[in-house]
Each structure stands twice: as C-alpha cells, then as structure tokens.
Design a protein around this ligand. Structure first.
Ligand code: UD1
Length: 343
C-alpha cells in the first residue's frame, strides 16, 4: 500500500497519532502544518516511533496561492485528512473572524484543489459539539445538529455543510466527516501526545498538569447536573483508537466502499464518564493525589454526551479498544516525560 496521503495539521495532537498509524501500515505521508499550535519536535517524535520521516511542508493553508503551489508540486496525492484548525471554544468567542478564517477558508481552498482532480478522497475532523445537548443518549448520527454555542462549533457545522454541498455536485469527490467525542491520552511510547499551549481548557491535560504540580488544583465545573454524581458526562476516547479510525475511513474511501460520496461517523467509545469518575480513575491508575475543588458551572457545557457506536462499528468496521484507565495512564506517562524534558 503506497498511497500518498496529505495530513494537514499533522503535527497536532490527533494528527500526529494518525500520521504514525498511517506510516505503520505503509502509507506515504505528507504533512502540512503551520506550527501555530504545534511544535516541529513532534516530527522527531513521529520519526522515533515509526523510523520513517514524513515529508513535511510548513504551509499556512490560509494562503490560497501556497495551497495551489502545494498541489501543483504533489499531483499524486491520493487522499487528504484535514485536521488543521483552531479548536479553543473560549478563544473562538473572543476572535470569531480568526476562527471562521482559520477553519473555513482553509477548507474551501483545499476543496477547490481537490475538485480539479478526477478522483479525490477527503476526511474532515468534526466534533460531537455539532449535536449540542442531544435529546437522546447515546447520540447517533441521525440526531439533529443543534444551533452552535460558539463560533468554533459553528465552523464544524458549516464545514460539514460546505463539504456536503460540494459533494453533491462533484461526483469525483468522496468525503467522510468524523465527529469526535473527547479525545485524550497519548502514544504508549510517550514520544508524542497533547501539547496544550498556555493554560489547558480541556479536562485531561488540566488533570495531568495539576498532578505534576504545574497547577495548584483542578476546578470541577459544577456538581449540580442531573447525572449520577452531579458532574457532566463525556465519552473519553483514546487518541490511539481515534487515529486507527482515520485509517479505516481512509481505506473505505480508497477502496471505493462508501455508500454515498459524503458519509458521517461518530467516533467515541460508547461509554460516558463523569468528571469525578475521571478524577478517581486517574488517582487509582497513577497513585497520584489530585487536588480539586468544585466550582460553578462553565457556560455552554452540555450535561451529557456519549456516542452510539453502532454505525462506526458496523459500517466503518471500527471499535474503540482501549478504556479510560489506559488512556489516562498514557496521558500521565506523556506528562511526566514532557515535564522531565523541561527540567
Ligand atoms: C470541549 C468543547 C468542545 C470541543 C472539545 C475539543 C466546550 C464547552 N466544549 O469539549 O466544543 O469540541 O472541547 O476538545 O468547551 N472540566 C472541568 N474542569 C476543567 C476542564 C473541564 O470540570 O478544568 C469538565 C467540563 O465541564 C466537562 C468535562 O470536564 O464536563 C470535559 O471538558 P473538556 O475537556 O473541556 O471537553 P468538552 O467540554 O466536552
């Protein structure tokens, strides 16, 4: 299998793990990253794990001419996995135009290049955020898309619409949108993992930074929700499982197995865990004490979200194999390695 795959945002958290998974089964990978929210050292982590160096192009996808030049140079790209995007919900509220530009103009430029090809395969990083607070749990792919709570969430909804509209008239284009639940964890080697810049907004990096002593304590956002212990429920999925799902989606596209030229899949474990369950599991598996306090609710948080995994299981042939303990252990190993490097 020597198909040539472009991975945009390939030095980011999910992107880097996917590059590893692709290289391990023989894909020829080209990475584009503008390093705005990642580090060139991630490339060395990928090389250490796979003993292969992906082609790397430092390109900002907002530069339409640069995107065009890239595709002129790499005419033989067989598929694109598009991770490159901004993802901080709070920042998107402060800087909506930055988010619309980063997440949507880049998508348009890529699709404009792909439509020139007789055949093109495209995978889009979407999010369960498109469902908002779903009326039914677990959430399946037919659940309605709810009005977005933030510009970030809106870019995922509009992004899917842009792809869907394009697929309607471009019969040579096949696309799959993957709606991730809550990706956590790191490669078991701890050569790559999540690299939050500044204060982490997401739960697990905040937990590991608190456990290592970088933060005084974790704030738990609300314990008065209608759940088993009052804290919110999410579907935490190991990034290694998520990476594997991209491989399955790509093989589905390359093998011409799609039922329609735009498909959607939820990617989660199917299990929901509360914030307190995550904290307790972390303490159990690492034997590290985690100081935390309960504070008020965070604006925009949904009470509970976890995936109905049936469509991904049956049609994509993919299932998450790793549990919460394994994911938290790997996140902790990664945090320890990161902090050692800094001392
Ligand atoms: C968040 C985004 C979501 C985005 C995803 C990307 C919001 C409202 N949602 O998902 O749109 O797709 O990140 O990764 O920002 N928590 C704490 N203390 C913390 C951090 C989090 O208690 O310091 C709780 C949250 O209230 C939530 C759970 O932990 O219940 C998970 O939070 P987080 O990791 O931020 O993910 P989401 O909010 O699900």
């Amino acid at each position: 299998m020597n198909a040539k795959i472009l991975v945009t945002g390939g030095l980011g958290f999910i992107g880097s793990h996917t590059v590893v998974a692709l290289q391990e089964i023989g894909f020829n990978v080209v990475v584009i990253d503008n390093l705005s929210n990642s580090s060139i050292e991630v490339l060395e982590g990928i090389v250490k794990i796979t003993q292969q160096r992906p082609t790397f192009e430092q390109i900002d996808l907002r530069e339409k001419d640069a995107v065009n030049r890239f595709f002129e140079k790499h005419k033989d790209i067989d598929g694109v996995i598009h991770f490159a995007a901004s993802k901080a919900v709070g920042e998107s509220v402060e800087k909506p135009l930055l988010y619309y530009e980063n997440n949507l103009s880049t998508l348009v430029y890529l699709l404009q290049e792909l439509k020139k090809k007789p055949n093109a395969n495209f995978i889009f990083s979407s999010s369960c955020t498109v469902y908002g607070q779903a009326d039914e749990l677990p959430i399946n792919e037919n659940a309605p898309v709810k009005k977005a709570e933030s510009p970030y969430g809106n870019t995922k909804q509009i992004g899917e619409e842009i792809i869907s509209d394009t697929c309607k008239i471009e019969s040579g284009l096949k696309a799959i949108s993957l709606r991730y639940f809550n990706p956590i964890g790191a490669h078991p080697s701890a050569e790559i993992g999540e690299l939050p810049i500044g204060k982490p907004q997401n739960l697990v990096p905040f937990i590991t930074q608190t456990a290592i002593g970088m933060r005084d304590e974790l704030s738990v956002f609300g314990n008065d929700y209608p759940t088993r212990d009052g804290t919110c429920i999410r579907d935490y999925i190991h990034v290694m499982d998520l990476a594997q799902a991209h491989v399955e989606a790509l093989e589905r596209l390359l093998g011409d197995k799609t039922e329609t030229n735009f498909e959607l899949f939820n990617l989660g474990t199917g299990n929901g865990n509360t914030v307190l369950e995550v904290i307790n599991t972390f303490q159990e598996v690492t034997k590290v004490n985690l100081p935390y306090k309960i504070i008020g609710r965070r604006k925009g948080d949904v009470v509970a979200a976890f995936a109905d995994t049936e469509k991904a299981n049956k049609i994509l042939g993919w299932k998450a194999k790793r549990d919460l303990s394994e994911a938290l252990k790997s996140a902790w190993k990664w945090q320890q390695k990161l902090s050692m490097g800094k001392n």
